[in-house]
Design a protein around this ligand. Structure first.
Ligand SMILES: Cc1ncc(COP(=O)(O)O)c(C=O)c1O
Length: 471
Protein backbone atom coordinates (compact mmCIF):
# COMPACT_ATOMS: atom_id res chain seq x y z
CA UNK A 1 0.00 0.00 0.00
CA UNK A 2 2.78 2.42 0.93
CA UNK A 3 5.25 2.94 -1.89
CA UNK A 4 8.06 4.21 0.33
CA UNK A 5 9.13 4.33 3.96
CA UNK A 6 8.55 8.09 3.84
CA UNK A 7 4.92 7.48 2.91
CA UNK A 8 4.44 5.25 5.97
CA UNK A 9 5.96 7.90 8.22
CA UNK A 10 3.79 10.59 6.68
CA UNK A 11 0.68 8.47 7.16
CA UNK A 12 1.50 7.88 10.81
CA UNK A 13 2.37 11.49 11.42
CA UNK A 14 -0.94 12.72 10.08
CA UNK A 15 -2.80 9.98 11.98
CA UNK A 16 -1.04 10.87 15.22
CA UNK A 17 -1.70 14.57 14.80
CA UNK A 18 -5.40 13.92 14.26
CA UNK A 19 -6.02 11.12 16.66
CA UNK A 20 -3.52 11.20 19.46
CA UNK A 21 -2.08 13.53 22.04
CA UNK A 22 1.31 14.97 21.20
CA UNK A 23 3.03 12.72 23.75
CA UNK A 24 1.86 9.64 21.84
CA UNK A 25 2.92 11.17 18.56
CA UNK A 26 6.37 11.69 20.04
CA UNK A 27 6.66 8.18 21.31
CA UNK A 28 5.66 6.56 18.06
CA UNK A 29 7.55 8.71 15.65
CA UNK A 30 10.25 10.67 17.34
CA UNK A 31 11.81 7.71 19.07
CA UNK A 32 14.95 7.66 16.97
CA UNK A 33 15.39 3.94 17.47
CA UNK A 34 12.23 3.23 15.54
CA UNK A 35 13.35 5.47 12.71
CA UNK A 36 16.90 4.23 12.77
CA UNK A 37 15.91 0.58 12.99
CA UNK A 38 13.75 0.99 9.89
CA UNK A 39 16.58 2.86 8.28
CA UNK A 40 19.07 0.13 9.15
CA UNK A 41 16.88 -2.71 7.95
CA UNK A 42 16.54 -0.87 4.63
CA UNK A 43 20.26 -0.18 4.40
CA UNK A 44 21.06 -3.80 5.22
CA UNK A 45 18.73 -5.02 2.48
CA UNK A 46 20.26 -2.62 -0.05
CA UNK A 47 23.95 -3.09 0.65
CA UNK A 48 24.82 -5.90 2.97
CA UNK A 49 26.02 -9.29 1.97
CA UNK A 50 26.38 -10.25 5.63
CA UNK A 51 23.60 -9.16 7.90
CA UNK A 52 24.57 -9.53 11.54
CA UNK A 53 22.14 -6.81 12.53
CA UNK A 54 18.83 -8.56 12.82
CA UNK A 55 18.13 -10.53 15.97
CA UNK A 56 16.96 -13.93 14.85
CA UNK A 57 18.64 -17.26 14.01
CA UNK A 58 19.29 -18.12 10.37
CA UNK A 59 19.35 -21.84 11.19
CA UNK A 60 16.35 -24.15 11.37
CA UNK A 61 14.56 -25.02 14.61
CA UNK A 62 15.08 -28.51 16.07
CA UNK A 63 13.46 -31.36 14.14
CA UNK A 64 11.34 -32.45 17.11
CA UNK A 65 9.60 -29.08 17.05
CA UNK A 66 9.05 -28.99 13.29
CA UNK A 67 7.63 -32.51 13.49
CA UNK A 68 5.33 -31.47 16.35
CA UNK A 69 4.02 -28.59 14.25
CA UNK A 70 3.48 -30.87 11.23
CA UNK A 71 1.56 -33.31 13.42
CA UNK A 72 -0.54 -30.47 14.81
CA UNK A 73 -1.60 -29.22 11.39
CA UNK A 74 -1.87 -32.49 9.50
CA UNK A 75 -2.98 -34.91 12.19
CA UNK A 76 -6.43 -36.22 13.05
CA UNK A 77 -7.07 -33.64 15.75
CA UNK A 78 -9.03 -31.10 13.72
CA UNK A 79 -9.73 -29.04 16.84
CA UNK A 80 -6.16 -27.77 16.58
CA UNK A 81 -7.32 -25.70 13.61
CA UNK A 82 -9.85 -23.86 15.77
CA UNK A 83 -9.75 -21.38 18.65
CA UNK A 84 -8.40 -22.75 21.88
CA UNK A 85 -8.62 -21.44 25.43
CA UNK A 86 -8.17 -17.64 25.27
CA UNK A 87 -5.50 -17.39 27.97
CA UNK A 88 -3.46 -20.28 26.68
CA UNK A 89 -3.91 -23.69 25.08
CA UNK A 90 -4.36 -26.09 28.03
CA UNK A 91 -1.42 -28.41 27.18
CA UNK A 92 0.89 -25.40 26.91
CA UNK A 93 -0.12 -23.63 30.13
CA UNK A 94 0.07 -26.97 31.96
CA UNK A 95 3.60 -27.75 30.84
CA UNK A 96 4.73 -24.15 31.43
CA UNK A 97 3.30 -24.31 34.97
CA UNK A 98 5.14 -27.57 35.54
CA UNK A 99 8.47 -26.28 34.20
CA UNK A 100 8.38 -22.87 35.87
CA UNK A 101 7.07 -24.43 39.07
CA UNK A 102 10.21 -26.57 39.10
CA UNK A 103 12.49 -23.63 38.25
CA UNK A 104 10.93 -21.30 40.84
CA UNK A 105 10.43 -23.94 43.51
CA UNK A 106 6.71 -23.28 43.94
CA UNK A 107 3.44 -24.86 42.89
CA UNK A 108 1.90 -23.01 39.94
CA UNK A 109 -1.70 -23.10 38.77
CA UNK A 110 -1.68 -23.37 34.96
CA UNK A 111 -4.98 -21.49 34.69
CA UNK A 112 -4.14 -18.47 36.84
CA UNK A 113 -0.34 -18.25 37.04
CA UNK A 114 0.40 -18.58 33.31
CA UNK A 115 -0.93 -16.71 30.29
CA UNK A 116 0.08 -17.32 26.67
CA UNK A 117 0.65 -14.32 24.39
CA UNK A 118 1.56 -13.53 20.80
CA UNK A 119 5.28 -13.55 21.48
CA UNK A 120 6.98 -11.82 24.38
CA UNK A 121 6.19 -8.56 22.63
CA UNK A 122 2.48 -8.88 23.36
CA UNK A 123 3.26 -10.02 26.89
CA UNK A 124 5.18 -6.77 27.43
CA UNK A 125 2.38 -4.75 25.86
CA UNK A 126 -0.17 -6.37 28.21
CA UNK A 127 2.05 -5.59 31.22
CA UNK A 128 2.40 -1.89 30.42
CA UNK A 129 -1.27 -1.48 29.48
CA UNK A 130 -2.43 -3.33 32.58
CA UNK A 131 -0.22 -1.71 35.22
CA UNK A 132 0.81 1.74 34.03
CA UNK A 133 -1.41 4.74 34.40
CA UNK A 134 -0.98 8.44 33.60
CA UNK A 135 1.79 9.82 35.82
CA UNK A 136 3.36 6.49 36.78
CA UNK A 137 7.10 6.18 36.46
CA UNK A 138 8.78 3.10 35.05
CA UNK A 139 12.51 2.54 35.55
CA UNK A 140 14.27 1.28 32.43
CA UNK A 141 17.86 0.02 32.55
CA UNK A 142 19.98 1.16 29.59
CA UNK A 143 20.85 -0.15 27.07
CA UNK A 144 17.31 -1.51 26.65
CA UNK A 145 15.22 -3.47 24.15
CA UNK A 146 13.65 -0.78 22.02
CA UNK A 147 9.93 -1.32 22.64
CA UNK A 148 9.96 -0.63 26.39
CA UNK A 149 10.13 3.13 25.96
CA UNK A 150 7.22 3.62 23.51
CA UNK A 151 5.10 1.02 25.31
CA UNK A 152 5.49 2.86 28.63
CA UNK A 153 4.62 6.15 26.94
CA UNK A 154 1.62 4.68 25.12
CA UNK A 155 0.24 3.60 28.48
CA UNK A 156 0.64 7.17 29.78
CA UNK A 157 3.70 6.47 31.91
CA UNK A 158 7.04 8.24 32.17
CA UNK A 159 10.22 6.25 31.58
CA UNK A 160 13.04 6.93 34.05
CA UNK A 161 16.38 5.75 32.67
CA UNK A 162 19.40 4.37 34.44
CA UNK A 163 22.46 3.32 32.44
CA UNK A 164 24.65 0.33 33.14
CA UNK A 165 28.08 1.94 33.57
CA UNK A 166 31.11 0.21 32.06
CA UNK A 167 34.17 -0.19 34.22
CA UNK A 168 37.60 -0.64 32.66
CA UNK A 169 38.64 -4.27 32.11
CA UNK A 170 41.85 -5.69 33.51
CA UNK A 171 44.99 -4.69 31.57
CA UNK A 172 45.21 -6.61 28.29
CA UNK A 173 41.79 -8.27 28.76
CA UNK A 174 38.68 -7.84 26.69
CA UNK A 175 35.75 -6.27 28.49
CA UNK A 176 32.90 -8.56 29.56
CA UNK A 177 29.20 -7.69 29.74
CA UNK A 178 29.65 -8.29 33.50
CA UNK A 179 31.80 -5.13 33.58
CA UNK A 180 28.68 -3.06 32.81
CA UNK A 181 27.07 -2.45 36.18
CA UNK A 182 24.42 -0.42 37.92
CA UNK A 183 25.59 2.17 40.40
CA UNK A 184 23.63 1.21 43.56
CA UNK A 185 23.23 4.82 44.79
CA UNK A 186 22.15 6.00 41.36
CA UNK A 187 19.62 3.17 41.11
CA UNK A 188 18.21 3.97 44.54
CA UNK A 189 17.85 7.62 43.50
CA UNK A 190 15.59 6.64 40.57
CA UNK A 191 12.90 5.15 42.82
CA UNK A 192 10.25 7.61 43.98
CA UNK A 193 6.63 7.80 45.13
CA UNK A 194 5.64 7.65 41.45
CA UNK A 195 7.60 4.48 40.65
CA UNK A 196 5.15 1.79 39.53
CA UNK A 197 7.60 -0.68 38.03
CA UNK A 198 11.11 -1.49 36.91
CA UNK A 199 11.82 -3.37 33.70
CA UNK A 200 14.55 -5.95 34.09
CA UNK A 201 15.96 -7.73 31.05
CA UNK A 202 18.37 -10.48 32.01
CA UNK A 203 20.07 -11.83 29.93
CA UNK A 204 20.08 -8.38 28.39
CA UNK A 205 19.63 -7.43 24.77
CA UNK A 206 21.87 -5.81 23.44
CA UNK A 207 24.81 -6.28 25.88
CA UNK A 208 24.37 -9.94 26.73
CA UNK A 209 24.70 -9.10 30.41
CA UNK A 210 23.46 -11.76 32.84
CA UNK A 211 22.62 -10.01 36.10
CA UNK A 212 24.36 -11.54 39.11
CA UNK A 213 22.55 -12.58 42.28
CA UNK A 214 23.95 -9.51 44.07
CA UNK A 215 22.65 -7.18 41.36
CA UNK A 216 19.23 -8.85 41.40
CA UNK A 217 19.10 -8.59 45.21
CA UNK A 218 19.81 -4.87 44.95
CA UNK A 219 16.90 -4.43 42.51
CA UNK A 220 14.64 -6.70 44.56
CA UNK A 221 15.31 -4.82 47.81
CA UNK A 222 14.40 -1.53 46.16
CA UNK A 223 11.23 -3.01 44.64
CA UNK A 224 10.13 -4.29 48.05
CA UNK A 225 11.05 -1.02 49.79
CA UNK A 226 9.11 1.10 47.29
CA UNK A 227 6.34 -1.40 46.64
CA UNK A 228 7.20 -1.48 42.94
CA UNK A 229 6.48 -4.17 40.36
CA UNK A 230 9.14 -5.93 38.33
CA UNK A 231 8.49 -6.72 34.68
CA UNK A 232 11.16 -9.33 34.11
CA UNK A 233 11.90 -9.93 30.44
CA UNK A 234 13.70 -13.28 30.43
CA UNK A 235 13.34 -14.23 26.77
CA UNK A 236 17.01 -15.29 26.55
CA UNK A 237 16.85 -17.37 29.74
CA UNK A 238 18.38 -20.49 28.11
CA UNK A 239 21.13 -18.65 26.23
CA UNK A 240 23.76 -18.31 28.93
CA UNK A 241 27.48 -19.10 28.47
CA UNK A 242 30.65 -20.05 30.32
CA UNK A 243 28.75 -21.88 33.05
CA UNK A 244 26.94 -18.70 34.17
CA UNK A 245 23.61 -19.19 35.92
CA UNK A 246 20.43 -17.37 34.93
CA UNK A 247 18.77 -16.38 38.20
CA UNK A 248 15.05 -15.60 38.16
CA UNK A 249 14.32 -12.47 40.20
CA UNK A 250 10.88 -13.90 41.04
CA UNK A 251 12.65 -16.54 43.14
CA UNK A 252 14.18 -13.93 45.49
CA UNK A 253 12.48 -13.12 48.82
CA UNK A 254 9.46 -10.84 48.46
CA UNK A 255 9.56 -10.87 44.66
CA UNK A 256 7.10 -13.54 43.49
CA UNK A 257 4.11 -11.37 44.44
CA UNK A 258 5.38 -8.36 42.51
CA UNK A 259 6.99 -9.91 39.41
CA UNK A 260 5.70 -10.85 36.00
CA UNK A 261 8.09 -13.10 34.07
CA UNK A 262 7.98 -12.64 30.30
CA UNK A 263 9.18 -15.47 28.06
CA UNK A 264 9.39 -16.37 24.38
CA UNK A 265 9.23 -19.67 22.51
CA UNK A 266 10.81 -17.75 19.63
CA UNK A 267 14.07 -17.37 21.54
CA UNK A 268 13.76 -20.67 23.43
CA UNK A 269 13.34 -22.92 20.38
CA UNK A 270 14.71 -20.70 17.56
CA UNK A 271 11.23 -20.11 16.11
CA UNK A 272 10.83 -16.33 16.22
CA UNK A 273 8.27 -16.44 13.40
CA UNK A 274 5.81 -18.58 15.39
CA UNK A 275 5.22 -15.73 17.84
CA UNK A 276 4.40 -17.75 20.93
CA UNK A 277 5.21 -16.08 24.25
CA UNK A 278 3.98 -16.19 27.83
CA UNK A 279 3.75 -14.50 31.19
CA UNK A 280 4.19 -16.26 34.52
CA UNK A 281 3.26 -14.60 37.79
CA UNK A 282 0.82 -14.32 40.69
CA UNK A 283 -2.88 -14.30 39.90
CA UNK A 284 -3.29 -10.87 41.51
CA UNK A 285 -1.17 -9.45 38.65
CA UNK A 286 -2.07 -11.84 35.84
CA UNK A 287 -5.79 -11.16 36.21
CA UNK A 288 -5.15 -7.65 34.85
CA UNK A 289 -3.09 -8.98 31.97
CA UNK A 290 -5.97 -11.29 31.11
CA UNK A 291 -8.27 -8.28 30.81
CA UNK A 292 -5.94 -6.55 28.35
CA UNK A 293 -5.35 -9.77 26.42
CA UNK A 294 -9.07 -10.60 26.23
CA UNK A 295 -9.85 -7.16 24.84
CA UNK A 296 -7.05 -6.98 22.31
CA UNK A 297 -5.70 -10.26 20.93
CA UNK A 298 -7.86 -12.80 22.81
CA UNK A 299 -6.59 -16.02 21.15
CA UNK A 300 -3.17 -17.13 20.03
CA UNK A 301 -2.52 -19.63 17.22
CA UNK A 302 -3.59 -23.07 18.45
CA UNK A 303 -1.33 -25.31 16.36
CA UNK A 304 1.79 -23.31 17.23
CA UNK A 305 0.92 -23.51 20.95
CA UNK A 306 0.35 -27.24 20.69
CA UNK A 307 3.74 -27.79 19.05
CA UNK A 308 5.50 -25.60 21.62
CA UNK A 309 3.80 -27.59 24.40
CA UNK A 310 5.23 -30.78 22.92
CA UNK A 311 8.64 -29.16 22.68
CA UNK A 312 8.56 -28.29 26.38
CA UNK A 313 7.34 -31.80 27.24
CA UNK A 314 10.41 -33.21 25.51
CA UNK A 315 12.71 -30.73 27.24
CA UNK A 316 11.27 -31.40 30.67
CA UNK A 317 11.99 -35.11 30.19
CA UNK A 318 15.59 -34.32 29.21
CA UNK A 319 16.14 -31.47 31.65
CA UNK A 320 19.89 -30.88 32.17
CA UNK A 321 20.84 -33.88 29.99
CA UNK A 322 23.31 -33.55 27.09
CA UNK A 323 20.62 -34.19 24.44
CA UNK A 324 18.41 -31.38 25.75
CA UNK A 325 18.01 -28.50 23.28
CA UNK A 326 18.43 -26.13 26.24
CA UNK A 327 21.91 -27.60 26.70
CA UNK A 328 22.82 -27.99 23.02
CA UNK A 329 21.77 -24.57 21.73
CA UNK A 330 23.88 -22.47 24.14
CA UNK A 331 26.83 -24.78 23.54
CA UNK A 332 26.64 -24.17 19.79
CA UNK A 333 26.03 -20.46 20.19
CA UNK A 334 28.97 -20.09 22.52
CA UNK A 335 31.22 -21.39 19.72
CA UNK A 336 29.77 -18.86 17.29
CA UNK A 337 30.25 -16.14 19.87
CA UNK A 338 33.92 -17.05 20.29
CA UNK A 339 34.43 -17.20 16.54
CA UNK A 340 32.95 -13.75 16.08
CA UNK A 341 35.05 -12.38 18.94
CA UNK A 342 38.21 -13.62 17.20
CA UNK A 343 37.17 -12.12 13.88
CA UNK A 344 36.31 -8.76 15.39
CA UNK A 345 39.57 -8.58 17.32
CA UNK A 346 41.42 -9.39 14.08
CA UNK A 347 40.01 -6.31 12.34
CA UNK A 348 40.65 -3.98 15.26
CA UNK A 349 37.33 -3.86 17.11
CA UNK A 350 37.09 -4.51 20.83
CA UNK A 351 34.27 -6.96 21.46
CA UNK A 352 32.57 -7.00 24.87
CA UNK A 353 32.23 -10.69 25.71
CA UNK A 354 28.53 -11.39 26.27
CA UNK A 355 27.60 -13.75 29.12
CA UNK A 356 24.27 -14.53 27.45
CA UNK A 357 21.85 -13.89 24.50
CA UNK A 358 22.97 -14.11 20.89
CA UNK A 359 24.13 -10.52 20.71
CA UNK A 360 27.59 -9.07 21.03
CA UNK A 361 28.50 -5.40 21.35
CA UNK A 362 31.87 -4.21 20.01
CA UNK A 363 33.79 -1.01 20.67
CA UNK A 364 34.63 0.79 17.42
CA UNK A 365 36.45 3.80 18.83
CA UNK A 366 39.72 2.69 17.17
CA UNK A 367 38.14 3.40 13.79
CA UNK A 368 37.95 7.12 14.17
CA UNK A 369 40.94 7.61 11.84
CA UNK A 370 39.31 5.52 9.11
CA UNK A 371 35.78 6.83 9.63
CA UNK A 372 36.24 10.28 11.15
CA UNK A 373 33.84 11.73 13.67
CA UNK A 374 31.89 14.82 12.60
CA UNK A 375 31.81 17.24 15.51
CA UNK A 376 28.39 18.81 16.22
CA UNK A 377 26.60 16.24 14.05
CA UNK A 378 23.09 15.32 15.20
CA UNK A 379 23.76 11.73 14.24
CA UNK A 380 25.67 9.62 16.79
CA UNK A 381 29.07 8.35 15.64
CA UNK A 382 28.06 4.67 15.86
CA UNK A 383 25.12 5.27 13.56
CA UNK A 384 27.33 6.86 10.92
CA UNK A 385 29.89 4.10 11.39
CA UNK A 386 27.23 1.39 10.91
CA UNK A 387 26.08 3.06 7.68
CA UNK A 388 29.67 3.31 6.46
CA UNK A 389 30.27 -0.34 7.33
CA UNK A 390 27.23 -1.62 5.48
CA UNK A 391 28.05 0.45 2.38
CA UNK A 392 31.81 -0.15 2.30
CA UNK A 393 32.29 -3.52 3.95
CA UNK A 394 29.00 -5.22 3.18
CA UNK A 395 28.33 -5.88 6.85
CA UNK A 396 25.21 -4.82 8.72
CA UNK A 397 25.11 -4.22 12.50
CA UNK A 398 23.04 -1.96 14.76
CA UNK A 399 24.47 1.11 16.53
CA UNK A 400 24.34 0.78 20.32
CA UNK A 401 23.10 4.37 20.74
CA UNK A 402 19.79 3.10 19.33
CA UNK A 403 19.27 1.30 22.65
CA UNK A 404 19.47 4.50 24.73
CA UNK A 405 17.06 7.32 25.42
CA UNK A 406 17.57 10.57 23.51
CA UNK A 407 19.42 12.25 26.38
CA UNK A 408 21.97 9.45 26.83
CA UNK A 409 22.67 8.46 23.20
CA UNK A 410 25.77 10.58 22.85
CA UNK A 411 27.39 9.02 25.92
CA UNK A 412 27.37 5.55 24.31
CA UNK A 413 28.03 6.23 20.65
CA UNK A 414 31.14 4.21 19.88
CA UNK A 415 29.70 0.69 19.95
CA UNK A 416 27.78 -1.52 17.53
CA UNK A 417 25.71 -4.64 18.13
CA UNK A 418 26.11 -7.89 16.19
CA UNK A 419 23.86 -10.94 16.26
CA UNK A 420 25.83 -14.20 16.15
CA UNK A 421 22.94 -16.64 15.75
CA UNK A 422 23.97 -16.94 12.12
CA UNK A 423 25.32 -20.21 10.81
CA UNK A 424 26.34 -18.99 7.39
CA UNK A 425 28.12 -15.90 8.57
CA UNK A 426 29.82 -16.91 11.75
CA UNK A 427 30.57 -20.61 11.51
CA UNK A 428 30.82 -21.02 7.79
CA UNK A 429 29.39 -19.08 4.94
CA UNK A 430 28.88 -21.96 2.62
CA UNK A 431 26.07 -24.43 3.24
CA UNK A 432 28.65 -27.21 3.10
CA UNK A 433 30.01 -25.83 6.35
CA UNK A 434 33.54 -25.18 5.08
CA UNK A 435 35.48 -23.00 7.46
CA UNK A 436 35.21 -19.35 6.62
CA UNK A 437 36.27 -16.32 8.56
CA UNK A 438 33.49 -13.84 8.92
CA UNK A 439 35.80 -10.91 9.00
CA UNK A 440 38.85 -11.82 7.09
CA UNK A 441 41.75 -9.63 6.22
CA UNK A 442 44.50 -7.64 7.75
CA UNK A 443 43.87 -5.00 10.31
CA UNK A 444 43.34 -1.56 8.87
CA UNK A 445 41.88 -0.58 5.56
CA UNK A 446 41.80 -4.02 3.98
CA UNK A 447 39.31 -5.76 6.22
CA UNK A 448 36.05 -6.92 4.83
CA UNK A 449 34.18 -10.04 4.01
CA UNK A 450 36.05 -12.62 2.10
CA UNK A 451 35.06 -16.13 1.40
CA UNK A 452 37.82 -18.62 2.09
CA UNK A 453 35.90 -21.45 0.52
CA UNK A 454 37.50 -22.99 -2.49
CA UNK A 455 34.79 -21.74 -4.77
CA UNK A 456 35.65 -21.05 -8.37
CA UNK A 457 35.33 -17.29 -8.25
CA UNK A 458 37.54 -14.48 -7.09
CA UNK A 459 41.00 -14.90 -5.73
CA UNK A 460 41.59 -11.80 -3.61
CA UNK A 461 43.03 -11.58 -1.05
CA UNK A 462 44.87 -14.49 0.54
CA UNK A 463 42.81 -17.34 -0.84
CA UNK A 464 39.44 -15.66 -0.61
CA UNK A 465 37.24 -13.39 -2.61
CA UNK A 466 34.70 -10.78 -1.77
CA UNK A 467 31.39 -12.29 -0.86
CA UNK A 468 28.76 -12.51 -3.47
CA UNK A 469 25.34 -14.01 -3.69
CA UNK A 470 26.76 -17.43 -4.47
CA UNK A 471 28.44 -17.49 -1.11
C1 LIG B 1 14.65 -8.52 25.12
C2 LIG B 1 13.54 -8.93 24.22
N1 LIG B 1 12.29 -9.00 24.71
C3 LIG B 1 11.26 -9.38 23.92
C4 LIG B 1 11.44 -9.69 22.59
C5 LIG B 1 10.25 -10.09 21.75
O1 LIG B 1 10.16 -11.48 21.67
P1 LIG B 1 9.06 -12.20 20.74
O2 LIG B 1 9.68 -12.39 19.41
O3 LIG B 1 8.74 -13.48 21.43
O4 LIG B 1 7.88 -11.30 20.68
C6 LIG B 1 12.73 -9.63 22.04
C7 LIG B 1 12.95 -9.90 20.61
O5 LIG B 1 13.97 -9.62 20.04
C8 LIG B 1 13.81 -9.23 22.88
O6 LIG B 1 15.06 -9.15 22.42
Amino acid sequence: VFPTQGAITQHWQSWCQKAAPSSLCKCLLCSSFHLSRVEFVKLAATYSTVNLGQGFPDFPPPDFLKEAFSRAVSGEKHTLHQYTRAFGHPPLVKILAQLFGKLLGRELDPMTNVMVTVGAYQALFCCFQAFIEEGDEVIIIEPFFDCYEPMVKMAGGTPVYIPLRPKAPKEGKLMSSADWQLDPAELASKFSEQTKAIVLNSPNNPLGKVFSRGELELIADLCVKHDALCISDEVYEWLVYDGKEHIRIASLPGMWDRTVIVGSAGKTFSITGWKVGWTVGPNRLLQHLRTVHQNSVYHCATAAQDAVAQGFQRELERYGKPDSYFVQLPRELQQKRDQLIQSLVAVGMKPIIPEGTYFLVADISEFKSEVPDVPDSDEPYDSRFAKWMVKNKGLAAIPLSAFYCGAHKDNYNSFIRFCFAKVRHTAGLHPSGLAVSTLHGTQGKNWGFFCTNKCSEGGEPAGGHKLNSWC
